[in-house]
Ligand binder design. Sequence first.
Ligand code: NDP
Length: 493
Amino acid sequence: PTAQIGVTGLATMGRNLARNIARHGYVTAVHNRTESKTKALVGEFGHEGTFVPAATAEEFVASLTVPRTIIIMVKAGAPTDAVIDELAPLLEEGDILVDGGNAHFADTRRREVALRERGIHFAGVGISGGEEGALLGPSIMPGGSEHAYAKLGPILADIAVDVDGTPCSTHVGPDGAGHFVKMVHNGIEYADMQLIAEAYDLLRHGLGWTPERLAEVFESWNSGDLESFLIEITARVLRAGDPSQPERPLVDVIVDEAEQKGTGRWTVQTALDLGTPVSGIAEAVFARALSGSAAQRRAAQGVLPGPAEVPAVGEPGGEEGAGGFVDAADAESFVEDVRAALYASKVVAYAQGFDMIRAGSVEYGWGIDPGAMATIWRGGCIIRARFLDRIREAYEKQPDLPSLLVDPYFAGAVAAGQEAWRRVVVQSVQSGIPAPGFSSALAYYDGLRRERSSAALVQGLRDLFGAHTYRRVDRPGSFHIDWSGDLSESQFS
Ligand code: NDP
């Protein structure tokens, strides 16, 4: 056996990951259920490094030095189990089996336990950055035991992207921690994209500007606090023309029904179980679901009226006369308001995501360092952004920060933009342009900041109809009112 590491599953991701590993000087065994993919990889890219192609799982396992390190890059779910079931009997105690696919963290926990019983170290590793990241340097979120990480960590640090000399890979925590953090990363990605789409929608209809003109707005935003991969590619998509009719904007010919592969939904389902309010991610998942509710949307066309009059910002008209509700003279301030609203909403979405990471870490005893997660998301992944540096700094200063929103930098940034944020939400409501991400983020912000919440009434109602009891602000214990009798209060515990 000569190979230092093996990759099985050579579709888009596995193939590029194997090339990345081989390019870093590792002798890399490669295997795929359908052998043609293995041959194609070695035929096309064999010169990039030392590959050891294997036709069968047996050959693949036999080609690896012991203890073995194998990365599985196949379709998540049943295919991953099938590959594990095929490989496990061929492995020996001390071997490390890595799942680099988008597994649900609960599956990773189950697999880790089952393989541990056989003496095999199973590491669930979240890999972000898509096809290009896999080849040129992804952001990597490795879970699994310290033992597995001691061997795996240096390889992953080699193939991950570097930001300021720091690799975007660090040990997240045991068993499912890496896949959990990858899932939340994807959830945040949903929220971020939804907010960007809302900003675009408001600007397009508010200003009546062409997508091409809006591309310039996003480009200019990309040189400030909002600087990020998603803002950068928003400008690219908005600038693009329809290839079959270039004068028509591409965005106008794309069917407006968003699809999803499920990691956003997993994030929200898990957040519900953990009781963490990731409303930004939930709104994004539901907004995609609404966009895809084609029959309902069709039925509502022309039946449900919008506002009779759209209140103007300045005089209505739009600079290009395309029916925008913002006067040309006010365009600049409206753009600035939307930018501030986007930034503030984005801070809320990330604050919620980081809350969820902390809640998951506590629930499963993972000991995740949130600042380290911000550090490894600075490059290689879809949500890479300048402001992740600020998040890293916030957690460095205060590792037990109760919410990102109360960190002095973020509190100040959101405070500076909150009036603009409110104006944008009001404008969206008055003009009938849905902005669920902006408005729910604002509701979360206000919910967090208010001294007394309306939940006191909810507790009163629960006590009345279900004798669920309530706590008092002035005395410890739980209390119940005799609602059907003399309204006297009794105390429990
Ligand atoms: P796919 O998710 O499309 O999976 C295809 C691969 O899975 C092929 O190698 C296929 O083998 C193999 N496979 C499917 N079923 C089985 C089975 N029953 N037994 C053995 N092998 C099987 O590939 P991707 O490269 O897109 O993604 C790989 C993993 O990485 C997935 O878990 C994905 O979620 C994750 N991921 C993907 C990203 C992306 O941008 N695409 C980004 C980050 C993570 P065969 O050729 O024989 O059909």
